[in-house]
Design a protein around this ligand. Sequence first.
Ligand code: DGI
Ligand code: FE
Ligand code: FE
Length: 399
Amino acid sequence: MKIGVYGGTFNPPHLGHLISARFAMEYLELDRLIFMPAGDPPHKDLPPNSPPARRRLEMMTLAADSMLLPGRVEVSDMEVRREGKSYTADTLEELHDQYPEDELWLLMGTDMFLTLQHWKRPEVICSLAHLAAFARTQADSGEMLEIQAKYLSETYGAKCALIQLPQITPVSSTQLRELLAKGEGRQYLPPAVYGDILRNGLYGTCADLRDLDHEDLTACSLSMVYAKRHAHILGVAQTAVELAKRWNCDEKLAFRAGILHDCTKYLSLEDHLAICEEYGLELDEMEAGSAKLLHAKTGAALARHLYGQNDEVYWAIYWHTTGKEDMTPLEKIIYLADYMEPNRKFDGVEELRRLCYTDLDQALLLGVRMSIEDLNERGVPIHKNTQGAMDWLLEHGKG
Ligand code: DGI
Ligand code: FE
Ligand code: FE
């Protein structure tokens, strides 16, 4: 197996890293790629406003996840865990012990490649891994790299690949930190990384989370969930806006409820219960044991208390999983957008989409009915509010 090892401070990780990683994976035909954030980089001091290593590791984890290559791309905490300076030779020894049969490729930028002989134990590095250097600018591609490759090969028996990147993202982490402090630069970051930076006030950003524009609110929400759910969340927000237009509801509120509706989807039951406790949410027995049911309530709580959303948004999120009797138009819209946004695929979804634009209550009835059938088939107990939604629609002649 060919394994790429991409080290760096990732302070912060940005699109340039991801583009070069993806390109290297194809170019070198790597089976796997391991991002390796440095704990304490030996070659440079981190600037004073740098977040701690654990936070850089978390940002890198969000960035790697956004590549949507689960099983192929991972982030290692090996250097963050290790005491003292993060020497690449130590890391490669550890990786070699872990993967004795595999071919390791060390990926790095030009500047690193050109100084490799000054690193600690370059002979160890070159014996345990092949080297791949990214040429960052056109000028890089020239003679210097060739000369260095020849030198490393003659001196240490290194095998080198020079990778000319087709598309250079015109930003460095240094520039990016400056931009972030001025409230700029989000276009250079995976949205989830940008959201993480905002939520934690990193790099001098001091966004008021209770007053974010839609783009920043989106970034924050996406930073709270795995990337495999991003398309769904964006789909719900977009669909909710379209339904709001159709049914004369507030499009902005629809967007915000849609974008935040699943923000707590991947919290543990323990974390859900802690949020419920903090905000005084009352739970029945079924809810208290089900993270699946609780994410609607905790999502609503964070929308209100963390992101400053109003009651309409709060309740639309609160009821999005079960529904309830006598729902408001916005509650119906979020429930239905969640059900039939463009990424949802199941028998009958077309019929449900059509009904959403012709008769909201008929659509709701169909949605609740399908939901109950599905839960019954899977042997999952029906929550009283799900049943309440159904009974109310039938009693009020919507059937
Ligand atoms: O969060 P999503 O996956 O986008 O969708 P959702 O908020 O509708 O959540 C779906 C999950 O909620 C699904 O795993 C089943 C669960 N659920 C929905 N209604 C009920 C329910 N679970 C129980 N026990 N009872 C319900 O009435
Ligand atoms: Fe949900
Ligand atoms: Fe959802």
